[in-house]
Design a protein around this ligand. Sequence first.
Ligand code: GDP
Length: 399
Amino acid sequence: MADHRQSAREAIRTSGFFSDDRIASSKFVNPEQPGYVGFANLPNQVHRKSVKKGFEFTLMVVGESGLGKSTLINSLFLTDLYPEREIPGAAEKIEQTVKIDASTVEIEERGVKLRLTVVDTPGYGDAINSKDCFKPILSYIDDQFERYFHDESGLNRRNIVDNRVHCCFYFISPYGHGLKPLDVEFMKALHHKVNIVPVIAKADTLTPKEVRALKARILEEIAQHGIKIYQMPDCDSDEDEDFKEQCRLLKAAVPFAVVGSNQMIEVKGKKVRGRLYPWGVVEVENPEHCDFIKLRTMLITHMQDLQEVTQDVHYENYRSEKLAINKRRAGAAVALGHSGPAAVSAAKEGQGEEKDKILLEKEQELQRMQEMLARLQQQMQQQQTTQVAGANNVQSHHV
Ligand code: GDP
């Protein structure tokens, strides 16, 4: 884990969001000109191969309807992800079950491709009884793990499409006094499966003091219920002070209080994304008005970390659980002396997956050995060069 956290740190440092002049101002400002999201900096975080192929990321948005999820997503990625969305009426909502809508867009910025999948969950919390409404979401996340697990064990391992959910923005209503029972239930059920980033929706409906109070209350409740939300990686103690300050500000902003808008409004001769009220304009990308820029900075600069935590923690949990279940099933079938096709297939499945695991471990070991060999070769070459240089020195001394 430590290694990828290190690379995430490197990513923040090298990302355009934290270029020197911005660090100097020590404020979160809109990174570049309008119309620029910022993922053109992703090559700093990933291998060149991934850059050529495109960067894959899946973001899930969950929260009651009407909290501004689609507006925020459109504002974040400057693209209309839901052009044909139908909004159901109250009557339809009574019995509504949660749907899962995955939309994929390819966004290209300065030659860098991002294949972004946004998974929306319309109907969440809408029905009269929303007790089980997170179950379809849970199954969706597990299905993606299952698909990955299956593909990983297959022959075409190098070309797997990664549809696992890397991050989940959980929208909390600004109108309550903290978390609702459903919020707690959802987060408790999913925090071991996905990186949850809580956000306070429609923050323009609250005064700054109310935002601070609601944030404190939500964090208190999160701790009280033992909920594990996504933790941004820590800064090293030897990082420079401005950089540490940026990390501190990002962490202190959780849960991010956001505002979204699909409208461009002219403010002091400049077109900005905002919401026009009789008393003024709420600017989405103004850090004094809300945490939108901080949320976007967090997402872009920690994209790799979010993927790696998904792989190393959430997927690994899923994989080991699955292997343990298969093993138990196979063992039970053998212990019962079953010899029917179901028992054989359970045993085979268990054995097959165990074999795949061993194969994968062997492959990783081989890779480690190859790396060690390369390092040894390099050392030997260096030694040879120093010896030759030493011999040359001796010769020139003699002359
Ligand atoms: P969704 O159902 O969660 O996807 O919500 P929508 O994005 O469709 O937004 C529902 C309504 O809230 C729309 O009328 C939006 O214009 C409005 N809305 C969206 N974002 C905000 C916000 O940040 N603040 C306020 N006050 N209204 C918003």
